[in-house]
Design a protein around this ligand. Structure first.
Ligand SMILES: NC(=O)c1ccc[n+]([C@@H]2O[C@H](COP(=O)([O-])OP(=O)(O)OC[C@H]3O[C@@H](n4cnc5c(N)ncnc54)[C@H](OP(=O)(O)O)[C@@H]3O)[C@@H](O)[C@H]2O)c1
Length: 248
């Protein structure tokens, strides 16, 4: 089965391409440096020829409110149009657990717009909602940093290994479209401020984590459970502590 992976050179995309090929599928990575650009439409019609499934794991180069909205609106619109013309029968996209509850944030408004375009496209689809990747903890700390202070709310987070996300997206891509959302999360729940505090201390990072219940998360104020999945989420195997122990 030919599966085109939009964003196939990224963190999730490169792992996904490898896993699909290992399972005997023809996975084709599509990104600007393979000659496919969903913003301009360059290379799209060509790469989609003969494809049954398209997986979109691309991401916006900028998280600034207008730029990220422009990215997901334009790229998704171009992609879905090209898929309709090519006769693609399953569109899979990776989004984030709780997107619908995070609408104070420009990034999540853009992800919501992406999801709505997919639902209205008429193409059978599956949306995978993942929690935050283990690799993303650094970016959470960076986004919350002001000088030497990292301001974070004492909310719950259930991060997941990117490898496990790629596996879940792969299984979804070769399965029947669910025409809805499936969730995937890691096996352990942490309190965000404590997790980052310990992580920074372990690396002798000089920043201090300040617990602030009103500290925004990428522009949105969160309730304790906003980032947690529902009871039907697929729970991935890899534990954060085991992953961390293997990082250099
Ligand atoms: N980070 C998290 O914790 C998290 C959690 C849940 C879900 N997600 C979702 O997971 C998805 C993938 O994230 P990631 O971290 O794997 O992304 P990433 O590593 O930043 O990779 C993004 C990919 O998108 C490609 N891309 C950028 N502009 C493009 C364009 N105009 N046309 C085609 N491809 C383009 C990039 O190609 P180049 O390298 O050539 O620019 C790259 O292959 C995102 O949609 C995100 O919302 C993330």
């Amino acid at each position: 089965m030919k599966v085109v992976v939009i964003g196939g050179t990224g963190l999730i995309g490169s792992k996904l391409v490898e896993k699909l090929n290992e399972h005997g599928h023809e996975a084709v990575p599509a990104a600007p440096n393979t000659g496919v650009n969903t913003l301009t439409g360059e290379g799209l019609a060509e790469v989609l020829q003969g494809a049954s499934v398209v997986v979109d794991v691309s991401n916006s180069p900028s998280f600034e409110d207008d730029a990220v909205m422009e990215f997901f609106r334009t790229s998704t619109t171009n992609l879905l149009k090209a898929e309709t013309e090519a006769g693609v029968t399953h569109h899979v996209a990776l989004s984030v657990v709780g997107t619908e509850r995070l609408q104070e944030s420009g990034y999540f408004r853009a992800k919501q717009a992406q999801e709505e375009l997919i639902k209205a496209s008429g193409i059978p689809y599956s949306i995978v909602h993942a929690t935050q990747f283990f690799e993303f903890m650094k970016s959470i700390a960076a986004a919350a940093t002001d000088g030497d202070t990292v301001r974070l709310a004492p909310i719950k987070i259930q991060p997941v290994y990117s490898d496990d996300v790629a596996a879940a997206v792969g299984r979804t891509a070769v399965g029947t479209p669910v025409n809805g959302v499936v969730e995937v999360a890691g096996p352990d729940t942490f309190q965000l401020d404590e997790l980052i505090r310990k992580g920074l201390a372990a690396k002798n990072d000089p920043r201090t984590v300040v617990t602030d219940p009103h500290a925004p998360y990428f522009g949105a104020e969160l309730k304790e459970n906003t980032l947690l999945p529902g009871p039907d989420a697929r729970i991935a195997e890899t534990r954060f502590a085991d992953w961390l122990a293997q990082q250099k």
